[in-house]
Design a binder for this molecule. Structure first.
Ligand SMILES: [Cu+2]
Length: 166
């Protein structure tokens, strides 16, 4: 009877651990400027909520920027070198059009479709850009849970043996 209880508890813990491991990973999608100097590439893309859209170029003949038409993001003044990122948080699903201010008239425009996905359960919607510290913080509970689980299994096994050889 007690053996079954132990097994049940271990299974529950294992399940909880697996649940944490399936946590969704976010991606960074890079948009740059193509060889014509007047186009974003890619100019249309589809990403998930939680992902980062990054505009990166350097050594351009012409200065560019990227401005979302409703001001959702804005890389600032047009520059020959830009590295700007925007994180789409977990209530941002939709389609966003952006353009390069100096070259909108000649077709330097793009759009990003953000797909609705479920927010990770443990870290909520608090997903800021470039927070490497946030990532290391979120990995700590996993490690701790793994250790606790390992100790628990050892303890359970010891108890089990003690009962068998009583
Ligand atoms: Cu431009």
């Amino acid at each position: 009877m007690r053996r079954l209880l132990c097994l049940a508890i271990i299974l529950c813990l294992l399940q909880g651990n697996l649940g944490l491991e399936t946590e969704q990973e976010t991606e960074t999608h890079v948009v740059t400027v193509d060889s014509t100097n007047l186009r974003f590439t890619p100019s249309t893309l589809t990403i998930n909520e939680g992902d980062t859209l990054r505009f990166v170029w350097g050594g351009q003949a012409l200065p560019h920027n990227s401005v979302e038409e409703n001001g959702v993001f804005d890389s600032g003044d047009p520059e020959r070198a830009v590295d700007y990122g925007h994180v789409f948080d977990y209530d941002s699903a939709g389609t966003y059009s952006f353009f390069c201010e100096p070259h909108e008239a000649v077709g330097m425009t793009g759009s990003v479709t953000v797909l609705d996905v479920e927010a990770p359960t443990d870290n909520g919607t608090d997903n800021q850009i470039g927070t490497s510290t946030g990532e290391s913080e979120s990995s700590t509970p996993d490690v701790r849970l793994g250790l606790a689980l390992g100790l628990f299994v050892l303890l359970a096994a010891a108890m089990w043996r003690a009962r068998i050889y009583d």
